[in-house]
Design a binder for this molecule. Structure first.
Ligand code: 13P
Ligand code: SF4
Length: 312
C-alpha cells in the first residue's frame, strides 16, 4: 500500500512542485496543499508562483487559468474529467452568437468558463471580486455578464444595473432550495444563514451574508454566532471546522435523499490521482499559444483591478 501523503511530499520537493487546491477538494488534499483558496486567491497565487510544476487540485477551468498565467510551466490536473457544469453551460459557438446579438457591450465573464470564452471576454471576475469589478465600470456601460445567471442577477440587484445575463448555472448551488433553507431556519432560529452567490435569488434573499468561499469562511471566523446554516458546497466545512472548532455548521441539503452538496467534478480528485499526476506529470493542460495570449488579457485586467482595489 502506497503512503500517498509521504510520496506526494517527497515528489513536491524533488520536482519543485506547488499544489494549489480549491476549498471544495477533499480534506486530505486540502491538508497537503501549499495553498488552499477560492478562485480569486488561487489565480493570484498561480500568477506569482516560482515552482516548476503546478499541480492543480481543482477543476479544469482553474488549471487552465494557471496555465494561461504560466505558459512556460507544466500544469497538471489529477483528473482531466474534473469539469464544471457552469463552464459547460456556455459553449463558444453559442456565446459568439449571443455576443453578436448584443453588440457594443463590455463582456465580463466569471472565471468559471473555458479558455475559449475567456478569449471572447473583456474582463474576468470571480465571486470574490465580481461586484467590485462591475462597479469599477461607469454606471451607463452596457455589460454582458456570463455564464452564471445567479451571480449576474445578484450583482444587478446590489449595483442597480441591468447587465445582460447568460443563462448558465452551477448544478451544485442552483438546486439548493428556498424550502430547505426555511425548514432549517425554523429548526435553528439562532443560526446565521450564509450563502454563495451562485445560489438562486430565492435563497440569497434569505441570507444573512453572501460571499465567495473565502468570504464565507472569514465571516464564520469573525462572527459571534455559534451556528451557521451553510448554502454552498460541503468542502468548505473542513476549513470552517478547523478555524472555529466550537461552532456548528449545518449544510443546506440538496434534497431528501442527500445530505451532502458535493461537487461531482471537484470530488473526482483523490490522493491517489494527485500522487500519480505528480509522479507522471500527467494529465497535462495544453493550450495553443494564441489562446493563451488572448485569454490572458481579461485575466490580467481582473488581477490589475483587484490589486488597485486592494482585494488581493
Ligand atoms: P469561489 O471559489 O469563487 O468561491 O467559487 C466557488 C466555485 O463554485 C468554484 O467552482
Ligand atoms: Fe462548477 Fe459548481 Fe462544481 Fe464550482 S461547484 S466547479 S461552479 S459545478
Amino acid at each position: 500500500m502506497i503512503d500517498f501523503k509521504n510520496e506526494i511530499l517527497a515528489l513536491k520537493k524533488q520536482k519543485n512542485a506547488v499544489i494549489l487546491a480549491h476549498y471544495y477538494q477533499i480534506p486530505e488534499i486540502q491538508d497537503i496543499a501549499d495553498y488552499v483558496g477560492d478562485s480569486l486567491g488561487l489565480s493570484q497565487n498561480a500568477s506569482q508562483t516560482d515552482a516548476d510544476l503546478i499541480v492543480f487540485a481543482g477543476v479544469h477551468f482553474m488549471a487552465e487559468t494557471a496555465k494561461i498565467l504560466n505558459p512556460n510551466k507544466k500544469v497538471v490536473l489529477p483528473d482531466l474529467n474534473a469539469g464544471c457544469s457552469l463552464a459547460d453551460s456556455c459553449q463558444p459557438e453559442d456565446f459568439l452568437k449571443f455576443l453578436n446579438n448584443h453588440p457594443q457591450h463590455t463582456v465580463i465573464s466569471y472565471i468559471n468558463c473555458s479558455a475559449a470564452i475567456k478569449c471572447m471576454s473583456d474582463i474576468i471576475c470571480t465571486s470574490g471580486n465580481a461586484v467590485q469589478i462591475v462597479n469599477s465600470l461607469p454606471k451607463d456601460e452596457k455589460i454582458i455578464f456570463a455564464p452564471d445567471k445567479n451571480l449576474g442577477a445578484y450583482i444587478n440587484t446590489i449595483s442597480r444595473r441591468n447587465m445582460v445575463l447568460w443563462n448558465g448555472s452551477c448544478e451544485v448551488h442552483n438546486i439548493l432550495s428556498k424550502e430547505k433553507v426555511i425548514e432549517l431556519k425554523i429548526k435553528y432560529p439562532e443560526a446565521k444563514l450564509i450563502a454563495h452567490p451562485e445560489c438562486d435569488a430565492a435563497v440569497l434573499e434569505l441570507a444573512d451574508f453572501i460571499g465567495s468561499t473565502t468570504a464565507l469562511l472569514g465571516y464564520t471566523r469573525k462572527s459571534d454566532a455559534k451556528k451557521f446554516i451553510v448554502a454552498t458546497e460541503t468542502g468548505i466545512l473542513h476549513q470552517m471546522k478547523k478555524e472555529s472548532p466550537t461552532k456548528e455548521f449545518i449544510i443546506v441539503p440538496a434534497d431528501e435523499t442527500c445530505s451532502c452538496n458535493d461537487c461531482p467534478y471537484m470530488k473526482l480528485n483523490t490522493m491517489e490521482k494527485l500522487y500519480l499526476a505528480m509522479k507522471n506529470e500527467q494529465p497535462e493542460i495544453i493550450l495553443a499559444n494564441d489562446v493563451i495570449e488572448q485569454a490572458k488579457k481579461p485575466i490580467i485586467r481582473m488581477l490589475e483591478i483587484s490589486r488597485m482595489l486592494k482585494l488581493i
